[in-house]
Design a protein around this ligand. Sequence first.
Ligand SMILES: C[S@@+](CC[C@H](N)C(=O)[O-])C[C@H]1O[C@@H](n2cnc3c(N)ncnc32)[C@H](O)[C@@H]1O
Length: 218
Amino acid sequence: MTKKKKRDDFVWEQYTQEYYEEEMCDLIHGSRDTHKHDMLATDFTEKEGELVFNDDLHENWKEIYHQVYKLKVKSVFECGCGPAQHLINIHKTSPSVVVNGCDYSQSQIDLGYKYYKLDDYDFSGRLAVKDLTDSDGMDQLGTHEFVYTQAVIMHLSYKRAIKFLLNIKSLSTQYIFLIENPTCHDYDKLLRKALPEFERVDGENKYCPRAILLKRAA
Ligand SMILES: C[S@@+](CC[C@H](N)C(=O)[O-])C[C@H]1O[C@@H](n2cnc3c(N)ncnc32)[C@H](O)[C@@H]1O
């Protein structure tokens, strides 16, 4: 049985400087322990209605872009977007989709300007700095068809994960998609408590079998 996580894994105010930027650079350049990855999608095509990637992108990331493409949603919102590389990749692979997102820290979004030329993308002006465990100001983030997280809820305490999910459901008109480490929380329990209005509809994942796709029940 998964124990309820008592504290967040990181102090988010210090996270970029103490941890994330170095780890990200290890992925970009490769290191003794880390295989070099592509961060941005540059070489992809469509085959039989699905995206085919030639870039060496992380499988979890490909699952996000694949789902957005396959579901033909018109708008997405990333909760905890970090440097916004996923939003850039969605913009590249599904150019008609309106992309939006927010992060707890401006320092995370700033990494997107530093490493991924985020200022080349109009949507960068809409990215917000927001703590999604705080319900104040959620109405300013709009509503979107496909609301997703990648590697965020897994790092939150159980109580803050509940608050986060309760808040982000107000952003979604249709789907919530979670790519998170399944061992960090009891997700069945968490989702029953926070998202009873949504039902699980995953089962056709292509790159990441553990990704959770939820759809607002009719
Ligand atoms: C492991 S990083 C993942 C970033 C990005 N999703 C990615 O895949 O590269 C976790 C991110 O969640 C953000 N975060 C943590 N708690 C948050 C909260 N309560 N509200 C909004 N963002 C949060 C952090 O600032 C950090 O950028």
